[in-house]
Design a protein around this ligand. Structure first.
Ligand SMILES: [Zn+2]
Length: 233
């Protein structure tokens, strides 16, 4: 059962179409897998539709950004919304909703995985391999914010690390675990510089990830770790 969900702030922003493409893709994929959040977004969209007329005159975009208190989690969300400001043209063109699905599955080595709808147009992405970790970059053109498929072979792990910015991991298939416990497909794991973790997968897993800064490894620096760092970011 899914334990980790997007915050209501993120769900509200998704319903309002105010997230950068990378994050909107993640929300869309989570909502497809999670009935709870699906119901929340449907209700939020209904509310927005019924108040659309008022909002046109209020200019609520400013409000959305300024409402945050200045704690660490809010700073993380602020970073996400800041990206959205640069990304708004793409969303207004309806790129995310109108694009035709290209592949319902993605293949990594000898394994094939089903893809949620929002990721199907990236099914033909090409993989780079770093030991037990494979990464396929999505070309979203969001500057320092990078979105990728991340696949880890069975028995693979990512060295202990933290993040300068934020790191979103949406587990699509398989399982992995870290110091906080085990994750299942659909789990939406948003971490920032306060978090340190060491993901490990017994059976292998496919994730969708977003990182807005390189990873920072907490246990020494070596060429190997730097290579893995580039794989993830
Ligand atoms: Zn959910």
């Amino acid at each position: 059962m899914i334990k980790y969900h997007p915050s209501t702030d993120l769900l509200d922003a998704f319903a309002a179409g105010k997230l950068p493409t990378s994050m909107a893709i993640a929300l869309s994929a989570h909502v497809e897998l999670c009935q709870e959040c699906q119901a929340y977004v449907a209700t939020a969209e209904e509310k927005l539709a019924s108040t659309a007329f008022d909002q046109e005159t209020v200019g609520d975009e400013e409000l959305l950004v300024n409402e945050w208190d200045h704690n660490a989690e809010d700073e993380m969300l602020a970073a996400i919304f800041e990206q959205a400001a640069n990304d708004v043209d793409a969303l207004e063109q309806g790129e995310l909703k109108q694009s035709e699905p290209r592949a319902t599955q993605i293949t990594v080595g000898d394994k094939t995985y089903a893809l949620p709808r929002s990721l199907q147009r990236f099914g033909d992405s090409s993989w780079a391999s770093f030991g037990k970790i494979q990464r396929a970059r999505l070309n979203l053109d969001e500057g320092a914010t990078r979105a990728s498929f991340l696949h880890i072979d069975e028995g693979g792990s990512v060295p202990a690390h933290t993040h300068k910015g934020y790191e979103l991991t949406l587990l699509l298939d398989g399982t992995f675990e870290d110091e906080s416990g085990q994750y299942v497909p659909g789990d939406f794991i948003l971490l920032d510089s306060r978090h340190h973790h060491t993901p490990y997968t017994k059976e292998g897993c496919l994730c969708y990830t977003i990182a807005d800064a390189p990873l920072y490894f907490t246990k020494g620096v070596s060429k190997l770790l730097n290579t893995v760092g580039h794989a993830i970011y």
